[in-house]
Design a protein around this ligand. Sequence first.
Ligand code: 8Y7
Length: 268
Amino acid sequence: MGILNVTPDSFSDGGDFSNVDDALEHAFEMVEQGVDLIDIGGESTRPGAAVVSIDEELARVTPVIEALRRRVDIPLSIDTSAPEVMTQAAAMGVSLINDVRGLRRAGALQAAQKTGLPVCLMHMQGDPETMQLDPHYQNLIEDVKDFFAERIQACEQAGLAKERLILDPGFGFGKSPTDNLTLINRLAEFKSFELPILVGLSRKSTMSKLLEQQNFNPSQQEADIIEASVAGALLAIERGASIVRVHDVKQTVIALKVRQAIKLESVF
Ligand code: 8Y7
């Protein structure tokens, strides 16, 4: 899953793709690099990011969805928590709803249900404004599992079949760096739900902290974050993820092709 932010502020490529033409160009580049799915987001969920109105979010994402729907065959995903955005994006032909709030906003569950689309339910402790202030868990894995169980049940009660769901432990969303590493190392424990798992760790601050700890050349850290993210993505797949949400499509696709070739013991 390639990340396409259509926001003036986002985690790490802030402002780069904030207009439609730039977003399209970036999307075409990811398609050339072998992306399977493009995740379009108009609301930054970066820790401390400002709240975006529904009108603003729609104004950002709908022109991009419309243009991409006409010009590429790759399925599109809408990164949103807003029911209105889910409904509109679905009507415009997106294939997946990616909600970092796990359909917990008022009306989101019902709106998602009506679209008939698959939904990625992500775990987040707290909200983006405050989630990184002092994250704490009774038992990290059990708490995330309880959240998944509760959301799956809520979906089923609203008529959204379990088969439509994808689970995501929410790397970086109300977690300490150690928590984030634990979630990846023990990712296979979430397979008990028998649903596909999505992981997004690309260029996140835990990866840069890891590089800092290793005392790598600080001036190189911006470049090194790509290698760190690719290594993390590869391990997430090895631990059972079906989808990795990434900025660096080319590098990730190469790593996953090498993995596949080794597993199949064939270069074809
Ligand atoms: C994730 C995500 C972000 C993630 C899923 C960033 C929208 C932060 N992270 N969606 N979104 N999983 N499913 O750095 O980890 O890209 S935004």
